[in-house]
Design a protein around this ligand. Structure first.
Ligand code: 13P
Ligand code: SF4
Length: 360
């Protein structure tokens, strides 16, 4: 039963004490996230992993790219040295907890695109920017080419940093976060061709379109957030006067343009927490987070923006049974589902991740 699993989880937490840190992303289900030591959005979770000092095990209740990032940051050279060479072991309770968006850009495709672009424009003029929702190999690519990582909470600062150095940006894998952020900075839709890795030469673009580009967007998206539509916003506004629309920037442009506020999961939470009683919201992000906000804020009126269920099936794979099993494996001295990024990828991706942490 859930109670039994919960008490077994708590027993391991007690046994390992400060040697164990459980991190939880805001999209995790309630019964799982209540066992986490710290929770946050992707940026905050990276900072937490980067700051970890006492712990020897990080159990990541989130998805694969987050655990990879934690492994890279928690085991960077200065941290390893401070721990006398001892590594932090990062565990993902279910290896099938991936991210469909991260899977939309493979390193071979990105390398190929870079080469193709280089035949039309000067790549030393382009900053490659990878959304943190990507494989470590893409972060390493950015490290090798003067690029940087961004999250949904710092995408604007990262684009500003990029434009201060070079005239163009190649943004992957999420076209929506790239487009929504750049539009707010005055870049036009015409200056943002979309590179489709399955569309043939130049990702389906003309040489003229690439030459005129300021931001080249990768044709990737989040399958959860792309389900929120303009009609949903229109319907809520017609039905509930005064309702405020609060969305994640992974939503498509039409939704973002109409929203009152757009931001990372933490910004969504902070916005609701700061609002007065009686505020009416329709929120466009993963279902579990919206349901939790609804429960925690009965003094406000909170609706889910879509009439159909939009949940992240891979985040949901982390359940009590997997969490309990992975913790007991650690306690038994045989950690399973260890996420370990190889040394070269770690070194190269650290360049791009450190730039991100410095920018904000
Ligand atoms: P943030 O928590 O950084 O806003 O990210 C949302 C998300 O989709 C994570 O996969
Ligand atoms: Fe990936 Fe979307 Fe799930 Fe986030 S919500 S982990 S972007 S599929």
């Amino acid at each position: 039963s859930n109670e039994e699993l919960s008490s077994r989880i708590e027993a391991v937490r007690k046994q390992l004490g400060s040697r164990l840190m459980i991190l939880g992303h805001h999209y995790q289900q309630d019964e799982v996230i209540k066992h986490s030591d710290l929770r946050g959005d992707s940026y905050q979770l990276s900072q937490m992993a980067a700051a970890s000092s006492d712990c020897r095990y990080i159990v990541f209740c989130g998805v694969h790219f987050m655990a990879e990032t934690a492994d890279i940051l928690a085991n960077r050279p200065e941290k390893l040295e401070a721990r006398g060479g001892e590594r932090v072991t990062v565990v993902l309770p279910d290896m099938a907890a991936g991210c469909s968006m991260a899977d939309m850009a493979a390193i071979e495709q990105v390398e190929n695109a870079w080469q193709e672009l280089g035949e039309v424009i000067d790549t030393s003029d382009i900053t490659p920017v990878t959304y943190i929702n990507s494989a470590a190999s893409l972060k390493a690519f950015c490290g090798r080419h003067g690029g940087i990582v961004c999250t949904s909470s710092n995408a604007r600062s990262v684009l500003e940093w990029s434009f201060a150095r070079r005239k163009r940006v190649f943004f992957f894998p999420d076209q929506h976060l790239g487009r929504n952020t750049a539009l707010k900075m005055g870049v036009t839709e015409e200056e943002m061709p979309v590179y489709d890795p399955y569309a043939g030469d130049l990702g389906g673009n003309s040489e003229a379109a690439i030459s005129a580009s300021r931001v080249i967007l990768w044709k990737g998206h989040c399958s959860v957030h792309q389900m929120f539509r303009k009609e949903h916003v229109d319907q809520f506004r017609a039905r509930i006067p005064g309702i405020k629309i609060l969305v994640h920037p992974e939503c498509p442009r039409e939704v973002n343009d109409l929203a009152d506020i757009s931001g990372s999961t933490s910004k969504i939470i902070q916005t609701v927490e700061a609002a007065p009683a009686g505020t009416k919201w329709a929120i466009g992000t993963e279902l579990h987070l919206v349901q939790r906000l609804k429960q925690e804020h009965p003094e406000q009126e909170i609706h889910f923006l879509s009439p159909v269920i939009c949940m992240c099936a891979t985040m949901y794979r982390i359940d009590l049974a997997h969490l309990c099993w992975s913790l007991e494996q650690i306690a038994a001295g045989t950690p399973s589902n260890v996420i370990r990024v190889d040394e070269q990828t770690t070194t190269e991706s650290l360049v791009a991740l450190s730039r991100m942490l410095e920018v904000k």
